[in-house]
Design a protein around this ligand. Structure first.
Ligand code: DLZ
Length: 157
């Protein structure tokens, strides 16, 4: 299914592992914080719903999406079962968008190949802020919810 048709908040609860014993780090970019905060709230509520303890959900801020890579690499040295990186990269008038989006995707991929805990990619890459609102709790659902479910499933692999 193309992501254009997917509601990011819909999932089958019966397929989601119980999170009681899990410890999860959420790294949140301050760029476009009105969006990244919505992603964070979606993920936090979903983790709590699946029994992750509040004290086992740790939030860390980084300045921008580019810094998510370093933040996640530091978090991989800590005692987390999974890490979720949350960012919102909006296409501008320069090529910054491509450089940042590609670097973050590659950097997070490398951490998944080499690190000890899974790093879940909750980074919106949109043409405009309106699209980002739709994917962070609007008509397309919330990518924060999807990323929380992905984290719970990856821990259990
Ligand atoms: C510089 C920049 C630009 C132009 N756009 C975004 C964006 O849309 N989303 C985002 O998360 N960060 C952006 N940044 C900031 C970079 O990610 C980074 O924080 C700076 O280049 C400093 O390294």
């Amino acid at each position: 299914m193309a992501s254009a048709n997917k509601n990011l908040s819909k999932y089958d609860s019966s397929m989601v592992p119980n999170g009681t014993s899990f410890r999860i780090c959420l790294i949140v970019s301050e760029w476009n914080h009105e969006i990244t905060n919505r992603l964070y709230i979606g993920a936090q509520k979903t983790l709590l719903k699946h029994n992750v303890l509040p004290e086992n959900i740790v939030k860390i801020h980084v300045p921008g999406s580019f810094e998510l890579i370093y933040g996640a690499s530091k978090a991989q040295t800590q005692n987390f079962d999974a890490i979720i990186v949350m960012g919102c990269i909006i296409k501008g008038e320069t090529r910054h968008f491509e450089f940042i989006a590609n670097a973050v995707a590659q950097g997070i991929k490398d951490l998944n190949v080499n690190g000890k805990s899974p790093v879940i990619f909750c980074v919106l890459t949109d043409d405009n802020i309106e699209q980002s609102f739709q994917r962070s709790g609007g008509k397309m659902g919330n990518k924060g919810v999807e990323s929380a479910i992905t984290a719970l499933k990856m821990i259990s692999i």
